[in-house]
Write a protein that binds this ligand. Structure first.
Ligand code: AMP
Length: 441
């Protein structure tokens, strides 16, 4: 048997890669309107960046990290020697931790500076059990705003996220935006204790995993997929009943700004999100169409303590990440999937071996004039080339024949109406451009 793509990875074929690329371009266009600048950080980082940034007790760090070893590190391991911290590397499971590390390393947000805004795009890697909408390598776009503590920053990020989804073609009505506040260092510890006590009190009825988590990460019990756990956790204490005054005010202001912007949302006091670093506002967007149990297309929140984890000064921040493959599944289910390779404008056909060189150089001229052009390299018959031209989706074909060439001309064929016209070779680029412009008007 030949090689297969690794489990949980996908070859993006037949327009899928292009569709993802279109979403990235939508992200670029939408996020630029909000002042976001593109950032790239490495695909792998020191393992501790993720342990610090995401949290040891999270599933992502505890169970889903792909480790990276250099040959020297592997040799050391083979000899039973321990690796140094900077030899322990992992593929990024998300990019917020990498961006936070970069911001601290390069001191991009000195105290008192204007907020900086970054967006990113790229592959993330998580060793999860693959299923529909859950891959081991998947693509995200995301955004991070660092330096602004005010509720308007939260509202702006959420509005931008919704505008991005709409720009990708997901109708507003198909999306559910959930918001919650997770409190901060002042009010969350007491809340965690209450949830822990609740789990202990219901230990006989909850699954072993939820009980085990009571000590390390009790809030994760809200995310358990088991229906019995969900039913029990529905009666657990609610964070929104325990927010300190500052957090409650912040949350109320965020909601007020979303109301003003006409953004529909539902409050969900059980939305805790899997990563440790969130404080105050958290949000998630879910869609049913095309997705099974993995129905979150994006989410994020505020992480005011994160930069300190990397040795930075206290710096407020917030952001979100969006899964592009899941958007693609949604668009396909909604029938608005525009996945297609870029449209071809022209197909250049040669009537025989004697005109192939002229056809080749004409194709280069058309491409240099920014016209997407294709031609046959395999010496196929004219009939087969024209069949290919029809299949290719090109608007026009240019037929390079020896008789016409002798008089310095070619035939331009409209592939929709099949009308043909003789055009002087010198003028062919202009003639084609004129027809394509007529199409648009
Ligand atoms: P998270 O960092 O877990 O909040 O993920 C942000 C978004 O990335 C989710 O809402 C999904 O759309 C997407 N995502 C997360 N994990 C996966 C995965 N294993 N496969 C595909 N998409 C994912």
């Amino acid at each position: 048997m030949g090689f297969q793509a690794p489990r949980g990875t996908a070859d993006l074929l037949l327009g899928q890669a292009y569709a993802l690329n279109c979403m990235e371009r939508q992200a670029q266009a939408v996020f630029a309107r909000y002042g976001y600048d593109l950032i790239e950080t490495p695909t792998f980082e020191q393992l501790d960046v993720f342990v610090r940034g995401i949290g040891e007790a999270t599933d992502v760090v505890g169970k889903e990290m792909f480790r990276v070893f250099s040959p020297a590190a592997l040799a050391k391991l083979g000899e039973g020697r321990a690796l140094k911290a900077d030899e322990m590397l992992a593929l990024r499971p998300e990019q917020t931790a990498g961006v936070a590390r970069a911001v601290v390393q390069h001191n991009l947000v000195p105290p008192g500076a204007t907020a900086v805004k970054f967006w990113y795009k790229g592959s993330m890697f998580r060793a999860e059990r693959p299923q529909m909408g859950r891959l081991r390598e998947f693509h995200q776009v995301g955004a991070e705003c660092l330096g602004a503590a005010e509720p308007s920053a939260d509202a702006e990020v959420i509005i931008m996220l919704m505008r991005f989804f709409e720009a990708c073609g997901i109708p507003r009505e198909a999306m559910r935006l959930y918001v919650n506040s997770m409190g901060d260092a002042a009010c969350r510890p007491a809340y965690r204790d209450q949830v822990r006590a609740f789990i202990v009190a219901h230990a006989d009825d909850l699954c072993a995993e939820c009980v085990r988590r009571a000590d390390t990460n009790p809030l994760r019990a809200f995310d358990c997929k088991a229906s019995t756990c969900q039913a029990i956790m529905a009666d657990a204490p609610r964070i929104t009943d325990m927010l300190c005054e500052d957090c409650a005010t912040h949350y109320a202001q965020v909601k007020g700004l979303l109301d003003d912007a006409d953004i529909a949302y539902e409050e969900n006091p059980r939305l805790v999100r899997g990563l440790d670093y969130y404080t105050r506002t958290v949000f998630e967007v879910q869609v049913d169409a095309g997705l099974g149990s993995q129905n979150a297309i994006g989410g994020g929140g505020r992480y005011d303590g994160l930069l300190q984890e990397f040795g930075g000064k206290p710096t407020p921040g917030l952001g979100f990440a969006v899964g592009l493959e899941r958007i693609q599944l949604v668009l396909r289910a909604l029938g608005t999937d525009a996945a297609a390779t870029p449209a071809l404008a022209v197909y250049v056909a040669a009537t025989g071996a004697d005109t192939r060189t002229a056809a080749f150089s004409l194709a280069q001229r058309l491409r240099d004039a920014n016209l997407a052009t294709e031609l046959d390299h395999q010496g196929r018959s004219l009939k087969s080339q024209l069949r290919q031209a029809d299949k290719s989706g090109a608007r026009l074909a240019v037929i390079v024949g020896s008789d016409e060439l002798a008089t310095g001309s070619v035939v331009v064929r409209d592939l929709t109406t099949h009308e043909e016209e003789k055009v002087v070779l010198e003028d062919v680029v202009r003639a084609i451009e004129t027809r394509l412009v007529d199409d648009v008007q």
